[in-house]
Design a protein around this ligand. Sequence first.
Ligand SMILES: *[C@@H]1O[C@H](CO)[C@@H](O)[C@H](O)[C@H]1NC(C)=O
Ligand SMILES: *[C@@H]1O[C@H](CO)[C@@H](O)[C@H](O)[C@H]1NC(C)=O
Ligand SMILES: *[C@@H]1O[C@H](CO)[C@@H](O)[C@H](O)[C@H]1NC(C)=O
Ligand SMILES: *[C@@H]1O[C@H](CO)[C@@H](O)[C@H](O)[C@H]1NC(C)=O
Length: 935
Amino acid sequence: TGTIHFPAMKALLLFPIFLLGIQCDDVPIDRRINCYPDGEPTQEACLQRKCAFSFAEGPEGLPACYMRSDLIGYSAKTNKDGSTTLHKNQGPTSPWGQDIPVLRFQTNDVGNGVVNVRIDTEDKRYDPAPILDLPRETIPSEESLFVEVLGGDVSSFNVRREDNNKLFDTSIGGLIFNDQFIQIAALLPGEGAMYGWGENIHQNLKHDFSRYTTWGMFSNGNAPNSTGLHTANLYGVHPFYLLLEESGKAHGVFFLNSNAQEVTTMPAPALVYRTTGGFLDMYFFPGPTPGQVISQYHAFIGRPFMPSYWALGYQLCRWGYQSLDDLKSRVSAVMDAGIPLDIVYADIDYMDRRKDFTTGENWTGFNDYIDELHDMGMSSILIFDPAVQADYDVFQRAKDSGVSFVEWERHDQVQPEIQSQYPMAKDTKIMLGLVWPDRHVAFPDFLDTTNATDEWWEDEFKRYYKQVKFDGAWIDMNEPQVFQTRNTPLDTEPNNGRYPVVCPKTGPDAKYDSPPYASHNVWYYGEDAFLAKGTLCMNGMTQRGTNRMYNTHSLYGWSESRTTSAVMKKTTGKRSNVISRSTFASSGRYSGHWLGDNSATWDDLQTSISEAVEFNMFGIPYVGSDVCGFLDVSNEELCLRWHQMAAFHSFYRNHNAIGYPAQDPAVWPSVAAATKKANEFRYRYLPYLYHLHYRAAVAGEMVLRPLFFEHPQDDESINRESDQFMWGPAILVAPVYTPGVTKDWVYIPDKNYYSLYDQNYGQLVRSGLDQYDVPWTYNSPTFVRAGNIIPRHQSSALTTTALRKIPFSFLIVPSINGATSGSLFWDDGDSIIEDWKTAGYVLADISYIASSLHTLQLNVIRGSSTINVPSLIELEIFNYQVTPDFTSFTLNGSKLSVNTQASKYSKFTKILTIVFSQGVAVNKEGPVTIQWTNF
Ligand SMILES: *[C@@H]1O[C@H](CO)[C@@H](O)[C@H](O)[C@H]1NC(C)=O
Ligand SMILES: *[C@@H]1O[C@H](CO)[C@@H](O)[C@H](O)[C@H]1NC(C)=O
Ligand SMILES: *[C@@H]1O[C@H](CO)[C@@H](O)[C@H](O)[C@H]1NC(C)=O
Ligand SMILES: *[C@@H]1O[C@H](CO)[C@@H](O)[C@H](O)[C@H]1NC(C)=O
């Protein structure tokens, strides 16, 4: 519940400077709100905006023209009915529109300590909430948050904990609310240990509050660049952050808004959030641990889908195959090298002239080949672009079934030079643009308020599936990306009729395409940029004429993911595995994500480490980068290190762009060997990874975590959040991301980690910073934490299909002085999970107690007689002190026979390996107890 107090004039006391007037240089240099983000201001231009102007020594990015935020804002009034309204004060007015004089201020108790602050208007404004239909679940928390409103000419509110620690304190001022520009600023607690906001390339997971930095959020198809600071908005939009307070507690904040938006972080620490539409709908998650913040956020937005077991296999892709034979030869090369491989991709090359749902001339026999892959236990994923060419049967069927496309508002806006080329589209208002196909394409509106668009998409998938039995869908270009869009007419005719979309720049129709505040999403790209550059016009109509691209643009990929996920289930009858380039908060319910069109650079390898962790925070754990780099020429060492790192990313795909030399692992013997070894480790540990995905799907836990999630009290762990990560709670990975090294520094947070890689396998390692061997022939430095039991397969296999038949082995790493436990999740790996309550799966808690009688207890909480579950054949125990009696083993009290040939104990390594003569069944509900004694 939120409490509201009104200590009159308190805000004024906080800002006595108010009395000094407008020309003074009185806003501290750590909290200046930029008044001229849209250019280099002259003093005169700045003062015209009623802002202050002064050059000062200060942090990088310090604006010279800044708002008198201490004067700008609204004053709060409590009304007779108990409601609170905000009234525009006497301070300076907005440079970007009419200030809306009266706002509504509401706080809502979402439940379990989650608080919502909503600032909107009497008039109904665009709200993405009905579209997103978030589950808004909450989970118990020991902490509550409160909202306090302070009066005064510049009223403010703050969100605080019970202990009065303010988490979001808007007394900095600067609240502006116009039709197309909304700004709110807040002082933040601690030193600004902030994580999140996206999608951007953050060179470090933790934001840099030593400077002013503005990040854009508006879906965009441009390729990322990790070399130097680039604040570009990328493919998706995630207006969410987690902040670690000085006490070690963490909280989260989600801005539910889908318009073009941005955030500026500044040294105070403080933030300025700006958006170009909708209203302020903010959700505060109390934590108090970082993991709890994320679980609370995922409960609210919706937890991620459960990927198929095969989708965790290794994936091979490239763009630029000339034919099916081309593809086959590279797949064969990788298989011949003995590299575990599960998924074969085809990029747009497989299509006839890059048209969806067609097969190109060099691809006859495609389905026979996919059948062969299936026979070998492998799978295929095909690319689908959202837009369809406006002149073939697919488009005709769409028209016949009343599909909704992104349209112009009126017929007189339609570009006749384009529409006249397409008899099928001639009388429509469909906004036709240019993408990969030779001719113009139409963009289905997956936000259609009827089910016509979804039904047509399903029908097309099913039709194509009759021809080619693909297993997963890769949806690209769905920002949506559109080539050559302009806001000035062409001065010459394109000789092939490829006229670009031209959006209105001036005049009455330009309200959405030339808004008063274009945002960082435009200014980042320089003088000629505009919101619709690289996409469809903002004035385009969506939701059957009831909404605009201006509002829903960044939801395009989200909505295509939602539809495609449902369609894939109906098409294949199996679990859907969709990866999408564009995502929005809550996309993880429907799709995974690859980190886009990266390049073969060491910098892109490095940032992919923290970007993948960030997408886990965003609720999209099925994430990874294009291994070896998509653009640019890759090389042996980079490609080798990239595989070694990415073997720990759930989405694990080597992908290369057209025109670059092959970079599949079979190209270099060293890379083939390293990839084989990395994949064998990964495949062996897939039961552990699969359980992590189960926990993500049911409890909102992250698969990849920063070190500080597991070691919140350790300062150094907080500093190593960008280059090392936890693979679930138990395994620490310190990948190599720099060239030319044979030794590397690794930080180990405490005295409880054992090596799980080639150097001193199974041995306790020193805590703190130390050098480790990292020759090409070793896997990534990997360590396992004491107190954990890791379910894995006894050995690896060439495909996940073969792997699923290999018995389980439990790695037991005894706790020095606490419990030792783990969990096992298993299901058939591919059937649709409608509801976890009725789904068929096996779930077991595993615990180990070492005393005079050693006891391994499996508590099978949920069993299944219909699923093939590997049996338990092996135990491996680290730090085992004395020789066990192999004849003493019992199962449920009866003798359990041990294969003494295969079992072994070394008093030097202190590693015990027990192999049972017969596998122990773990699929029936109830306890399974294995006990033994030592000599
Ligand atoms: C990436 O950014 C760096 C530094 O700004 C620049 O030198 C480089 O050319 C950029 N790379 C690409 C592919 O644009
Ligand atoms: C089909 O294959 C031939 C021969 O390899 C090649 O020249 C041609 O470019 C290919 N066609 C396409 C569309 O890639
Ligand atoms: C789609 O809507 C039509 C008409 O309202 C209805 O008959 C049909 O059952 C709906 N289809 C689905 C799959 O909901
Ligand atoms: C062990 O005994 C329990 C009952 O105590 C039973 O539920 C379980 O199935 C048994 N397991 C095996 C492998 O015999």
